[in-house]
Design a protein. Structure first.
Length: 172
């Protein structure tokens, strides 16, 4: 909700100020800017809400999404399996991996709905044959306020892929 209020005021100020620069009265420009900002927030908010809910049911509308999966695999097998899981999202490339720390980072390419996303895996050895994997997806551009469920879709695809292996449990 906070991000939508910020978006409203930023849109209002930019739109109102641009009208003022074109010769309109300052008060009139700010009122029209607030109307425009409110319209933008309502339109984008509804579109984002509908898209996110259609991609993940009761999921959060946050641009940062994460999930945790317990795999019945050794740390080594789970690490390799997570690298393979990045292929479920077209064009994704592994940009960093550190087996000792249990970290894998990948980046999705720029497309029509995003400037790209960073997907991070954190693996923790529970037992010799069980590994907990925390997957996090967030936009490359830190100022992204609305992603229309793109990171939720990334998490859902990767989680479904990981769960094809013998799963001990899943918490979201």
């Amino acid at each position: 909700m906070k991000k939508l209020v910020v978006l409203c005021f930023v849109s209002a100020i930019l739109f109102g100020f641009s009208r003022f620069l074109m010769g309109s009265d300052l008060t009139e420009s700010m009122i029209i800017g607030l109307i425009f900002g409110t319209f933008m927030v309502v339109t984008l908010g509804i579109a984002n809400y509908i898209t996110v809910k259609s991609r993940g049911g009761n999921a959060s509308t946050s641009v940062v999404q994460e999930s945790t999966v317990d795999l019945h695999l050794s740390m080594e097998e789970a690490f390799q399996y997570c690298k393979v899981a990045t292929s479920t999202i077209k064009g994704t490339k592994v940009t960093f991996e550190d087996f000792n720390r249990g970290v894998i980072r990948a980046k999705t390419p720029l497309n029509i709905s995003t400037w790209g996303d960073v997907i991070e895996f954190e693996l923790h050895k529970v037992t010799e044959e069980t590994t907990t994997v925390r997957v996090k997806s967030k936009p490359v551009l830190a100022t992204t306020m609305i992603d229309y469920g793109k990171n939720l879709e990334n998490i859902n695809r990767i989680t479904r892929f990981l769960e094809r292996k013998v799963v001990v449990g899943d918490e979201r």
